[in-house]
Design a protein around this ligand. Structure first.
Ligand code: ADP
Ligand code: MG
Length: 663
């Protein structure tokens, strides 16, 4: 229905509503309040100017009325509240006058003006009421206020036919939870009378959001792991032989992950798995073993890294382990002739393993019997890039690797469509990174600690401070820091600098110099690459560390402590030191992310841009976790049920397939 059809709203109002993204009546009623103002019976002994009040009392005098015209009038009287006498004014209620007799008990709702000891009332109720008043508050603009929006929505709702509101919760779940119906819930959240009914309505609508979301996830999972997998025939003995000959013993979690992947690869179902584990937990070797299993079955395998440096690091390490395999490195860096040759090797299946950057998907590479694609640090690849491979008509098994451990709650929604293997234990002999929080005043201590590392011929990362507002690097600050560091250490070592304004090529150059120990102190903004392995770096100093989430800091800390040398992380901050202390107490990324989640909730905390889908209108995956678990269970049951296939619920199915079309 069009907004024009609503009574009493004109072109200008419609324009203002449009600016808020409201174009029709459906948008309007789905424009939910973002919070509620709850006005309880006021504590009249403690009123401040401008307070919204609900006050009961007895009428002291006969109300006086001033008429401005036929419609507009103002009525005033005194109300004895029991502790003081307030002047009450109310507009356009002259018709109430006959009922407002002296001695009559009423409750006044309005705004308190301290100076005049008066209340401008918006409503009067007869008798003393105990109930609270709940006012919905909407995101509004300068042009249209929340209360105006509220009025428009209320009038739209009175004329709305309930049947027009689509209900996405299947009947058996409505019965199971005794949910009130959808139309009623929507009416309530726009105009709640009691907290109880509001909570009931909210719960119902939140559940619906979560149910639909989890249903989409179940659907994705089902389609991504369809039984059209490659069904490889590889004996596990061969995998065990390889593992026995590795230069180190795999951790229990690494072994378990290898087994998970092996089982996926030999099964009929397509693999769609996430391998998550802290930085340095040893995901790479697991991915190499996966490539090897895939190779043994006669398929080509590809490993994608987000940067050139990481790609070539993987390439070198892979060749060390499997000198007899045909491995090619395909990055954007190659000259066109080299690239052409590389592509020829791939197409003719002379290459068994392809390692590279996203050139692997962006270039027109023709694979030959591609069976497995592994994406390292997957959150740095966009969904669009991931989708690209599929557009080529290839449906290989997929393994994503992520060094951002996420709490279980979050995994359900973010990675609910994948199976997950987690590496929680670090390789033995690895020492936890010693972490300290220091204030700017203690910078001298920090410099001495740095000096110790330099004297021991180790290397140091220094993360430069960021500007408060823009989150952009203040180059001047970075240069100032460089100067400072040069003054302190310039005589005994080389100081390098790396920042976001540099080209990728320049960054790679600096990074390589650091890797080759030509630079001992690297000052940088946060652009140092995730996953880069400089074993000799034993200290990271992070300025303004309060600016980062705990998970982000933990990621940065993972740049050091990559072998058995004692390593240090120094968090410099004058603020929020208590929060930062969490990092001094644990080196476990899963624990850190749980803490981060507790402190900051969902949102963007893991540096993973959420899909629009995950911005629920009402539900919050942290606060509504129980509801989420039920929605997950129910959606899975529903998807398996006959009802899901029935015409009655075809509209739900349609909604799901429509929403997941992208992938
Ligand atoms: P990440 O999980 O961050 O990708 P890597 O795979 O780069 O971690 O591993 C970090 C380092 O630990 C590498 O040098 C790797 O060779 C080594 N490593 C991996 N697994 C083990 C193990 N089980 N025992 C000892 N060292 C290991
Ligand atoms: Mg890695």
């Amino acid at each position: 229905m069009n907004l024009e059809n609503l009574k009493g709203i004109g072109k200008t109002t419609i324009k203002y509503l449009n600016e808020l993204g409201i174009y029709n009546v459906e948008d309007l009623i789905n424009y939910y309040p973002f919070r509620y103002e709850i006005i309880e019976n006021s504590d009249i002994t403690n009123l401040n100017d401008g307070d919204k009040v609900v006050i009961g009392g007895i009428i002291e005098n006969i109300p006086t009325i001033i008429h401005f015209n036929r419609k507009l009038n103002k009525m005033s009287f005194h109300l004895n509240t029991g502790s003081f006498i307030a002047n009450i004014t109310i507009f356009n209620r002259a018709f109430l006058k006959d009922k407002l007799n002296i001695g009559c008990q009423i409750t006044v709702i309005g705004k308190y003006d301290k100076k005049h000891n008066s209340i401008t009332a918006s409503d009067i109720k007869f008798g003393l009421i105990e109930e609270t008043l709940i006012e919905p508050i909407y995101h509004s603009s300068f042009k249209i206020s929340s209360s105006k929006i509220s009025k428009i929505i209320k009038s739209a709702l009175t004329n709305l036919e309930s049947t027009k509101i689509k209900d996405y919760i299947p009947n058996n779940f409505i019965n199971k939870y005794h949910f009130i119906n959808k139309a009623k819930s929507i009416k309530i959240i726009h105009n709640p009378k009691t907290k109880t009914e509001l909570n009931e309505a909210l719960k119902r609508l939140k559940y619906e959001e979560l149910f639909m979301y989890m249903l989409k996830i179940s659907y994705l999972k089902k389609t991504k792991t369809q039984a059209d997998g490659l069904n490889r025939k590889v004996s596990y003995d061969k995998v065990e032989d390889l593992i026995k000959n590795l230069p180190f013993e795999l951790t229990v979690d690494q072994l378990k992950s290898v087994k998970d992947i092996y089982d996926d690869l030999i099964s009929k179902n397509r693999m769609n798995r996430l391998l998550q584990g802290d930085v340095g937990s040893g995901k790479t070797i697991v991915s190499f073993i996966a490539l090897y299993i895939n190779y043994l079955a006669g398929y080509q395998g590809a490993l994608m890294a987000p940067t050139e440096i990481l790609a070539s690091q993987h390439y070198t390490n892979f060749l060390k382990l499997f000198p007899n395999l045909n491995v090619v490195l395909l990055t954007g860096k190659l000259k066109s002739k080299e690239k052409r040759e590389c592509k020829k090797l791939i197409e003719s299946k002379k290459a068994d393993i392809i390692i590279g950057t996203h050139a692997l998907i962006s270039e027109d590479v023709k694979y030959n019997n591609l069976g497995l694609v592994i994406t390292d640090e997957q959150h740095r690849f966009g969904v669009a890039q991931r989708g690209n491979l599929k557009n080529k008509g290839i449906t290989p098994d997929i393994l994503y690797m992520s060094a951002t451990p996420i709490p279980r709650t979050y995994a359900l929604t973010l990675y609910g469509d994948m199976d997950i293997s987690s590496i929680r234990t670090m390789p033995s002999g690895r020492k936890p990174v010693k972490t300290y929080v220091k204030t700017n005043k203690e910078i001298k201590d920090v410099l001495y600690m740095m000096l110790d590392q330099i004297k021991a011929h180790h290397q140091i990362y220094v993360i430069a401070p960021l500007i408060e507002e823009s989150d952009k690097i203040d180059l001047e600050d970075v240069y100032k820091l460089e100067e400072k560091m040069k003054r302190a250490f310039g005589k005994i070592c080389n100081v390098g600098i790396m920042h976001g304004k540099m080209t990728n090529k320049e960054k790679d150059e600096v990074m390589n110099e650091f890797k080759e120990n030509k630079i001992q102190i690297l000052i940088s903004t946060t652009v140092i690459e995730v996953g880069v392995d400089v074993a000799n770096a034993t200290m990271i100093v992070i300025f303004d560390s309060y600016r980062f989430g705990l998970s982000a800091l933990h990621q940065l800390r993972g740049r050091v402590g990559r072998n058995n040398l004692e390593s240090y992380c120094i968090l410099i901050s004058d603020k929020e030191t208590k929060r930062l202390e969490v990092l001094t107490k644990t080196n476990d990324g899963f624990k850190v992310s749980e803490e981060d989640f507790k402190l900051r909730g969902g949102g963007d905390i893991f540096g993973i841009r959420q899909s629009g889908d995950m911005n629920f209108k009402l539900a919050n995956i942290k606060n509504d976790y129980d509801l989420l678990l039920r929605a997950k269970e129910d959606s899975e049951a529903f998807m398996k049920s006959e009802e899901y296939q029935s015409p009655k619920y075809a509209f739900i199915k349609k909604e799901i397939t429509k929403a997941t079309n992208l992938d």
